[in-house]
Design a binder for this molecule. Sequence first.
Ligand code: ATP
Ligand code: MG
Length: 406
Amino acid sequence: VFVKRGRLDMTASNHQETIRVLLVEDSPSVALQIRTLLGDDSPEGSFALAGAGNLATALELARQSAFDLILLDLGLPDSQGLDTFVEVHGKVPHIPIIVFTGLDDEHLAMETLRMGAQDYIVKRDVDARILKRAIRYSIERKKLVAELEQSKHELAQKTIRLIQIEKMTALGELTAGVAHELNQPLNAIKIICDDILRDIANNRFSPTQLDGSLGEAIGEIDRMAEIIDHMAVYSRRPTYLPMKLINSAVPINGALKLLGQQLRNSEIEIVREIDENLCLLGDAPRLEQALLNIIVNARDAVIPHKHKTKMRITLKTYLNGGDDQERTYLVYEVGDNGVGIPEPLKEKIFDPFYTRKEPGEGTGLGLSVARQIVKEHGGRIEVDSTEGQGSTFTVLLPGGTKQQLT
Ligand SMILES: Nc1ncnc2c1ncn2[C@@H]1O[C@H](COP(=O)(O)OP(=O)(O)OP(=O)(O)O)[C@@H](O)[C@H]1O
Ligand SMILES: [Mg+2]
């Protein structure tokens, strides 16, 4: 009994509302016909009709009051054909429109469908049932489309916010580390300054000593600047990253150029297997920074092995189908025959401020920054390593293509 009553109630409330229709039609006889068709108060609910005989009146009425739907004849005294539709749709894009048409201009009506009309009705075919159904469907369809657009918009907004929140969380985790890391050089600078002041007060001030002290202080300041520099990666809004189609060799060559002299002096053999014909969508300076961090780590990993083997770093680029087959990844591979990474630390090394280097040698930010940049490109970094033999860092970036850039 309950279910039945519930259903009845729903039907009643659904069908009791009045649908407000603006009828734009210059022929009085057609207008009268439509009024008659929509006139009888069927149990399906009723229609309130307002009429306009030309475009100007129609636009005026549409602006003044809220209509649920417009029935639009395209041939009016002051406007003809598609223009009529474009004018009305342009002024009140949120109101669904059904176009009235004669038998001979159905293709015109089809054109209005493509431009956003909900439906069209051939005048001579029109009967009460067809007309009422077309009106109801058109209103529903328009409502659904509007809702869909709205949720699409909301989803896009939420995605941007989520990415930002994720970054802020990462930044929050970083803050404690940053405070700690900045504190050390700050303390050192303070001690240096205190010493200088004490020397001045005791008349023991010597310019040569000052030289050394200031040099030390500048070293500490540089260290702080480096940390702050890395922080910038975390605070940028994701939408600001300018992605361009770039040759994949550009960021790796840039990184090598920065390291060039150092690498040559250190007798490390660089094996390059770089395909100059591969492209990807990305931001070259950021990718260069990520690759540089990984290559610097490789350098630091091979140097302790100097006396055991010929130090070697291998750089490769290639395309890979990827595990989901749908995408083609552009792969950067940085291999070294250095100290390697113990199995339990393979994830840990990506944590901000995690370093296994001597105090003062590494900030521990290199890999966390590299991972952040690669994430912004929709990619990931994988590590393969055997302790005592070497490591391979693989950077996978979606959207790689084989294409010669001019
Ligand atoms: N190719 C590698 N071989 C062996 N160990 C590595 C390699 N790359 C990274 N690691 C280990 O991971 C740790 C973290 O690396 P990361 O680049 O984040 O910081 P870092 O090199 O210590 O300092 P920074 O890069 O900020 O100067 C390193 O200290 C090192 O122990
Ligand atoms: Mg590093």
